[in-house]
Design a protein around this ligand. Structure first.
Ligand SMILES: [Zn+2]
Length: 213
């Protein structure tokens, strides 16, 4: 499938037999692969050996997949799935998996996002909340900004009575290098409207089962 910026979408079957969508732009892949080839040589590798021959192109495609959030418009995603509804209680989607990459080291951080909102006339599909999280996560990020972008996207599009976002993530850049705190988890949170009230926020935190006090 051809996309507007010259990208292609391709279904790739992985080693476990699962199909997944990969989106890439052939021109960008070619340039990226040249750079990855140079990087491999600079770290002292032999790019001619069997195991590495196809790595520059593979890494280039992986990198484009891991950053495909730049091609997505999360606000548009929510606007296209906005339904009028009088429900005014807390809606929570918890344990949304996050796979992102820290912009300082370009090393993954992985964890979970918990998102809540209190509708004010409009709701959205629950899967759309997870897609919004993913659209922002699939970019170079810092956890703090990721948290705030998700919050603002929901606030701006659904105009709810409040939005709550909590992210708990493990940063491999911390675990693998330097400080080597393998099991530390970073928690970030951001709230608007009704969630600024202590009891509403406490209810949300209780419901997501987080040990945030
Ligand atoms: Zn980092």
């Amino acid at each position: 499938m051809e996309l507007k910026n010259g990208s292609h979408e391709e279904y790739v079957t992985d080693i476990n037999g699962y199909e997944r969508m990969e989106r890439f732009n052939p021109e960008t892949i070619e340039k990226l692969a040249e750079h990855y080839q140079a990087i491999l040589q600079l770290i002292g590798e032999n790019t001619e050996r069997e195991g590495l021959k196809d790595s520059p192109v593979r890494v280039a495609k992986a990198m484009q997949f891991l950053t495909h959030g730049y091609d997505l418009n999360p606000e548009e995603m929510l606007r296209s799935a906005k339904f009028k509804e009088d429900y005014r209680e807390m809606v929570i989607v918890k344990d949304i998996e996050i796979y992102s990459m820290c912009e300082h080291h370009m090393i993954p951080f992985v964890g979970k996002a918990h998102v809540g909102y209190i509708p004010n006339g409009y709701i959205t599909g629950l899967s759309k909340i997870a897609r919004v999280v993913d659209a922002y996560a699939r970019r170079l990020q810092v956890q703090e900004r990721l948290t705030t972008q998700i919050k603002e996207c929901i606030q701006n599009t659904l105009d709810p009575l409040g939005v709550a976002v909590v992210i708990e993530a493990k940063h491999l850049c911390m675990a693998m290098r330097g400080v080597q705190k393998q099991n530390s988890v970073t928690t970030t949170s951001d709230f608007t409207g009704a969630f600024k009230r202590n009891e509403t926020r406490a209810e949300f935190i209780h419901l997501i089962g987080s040990d945030l006090g």
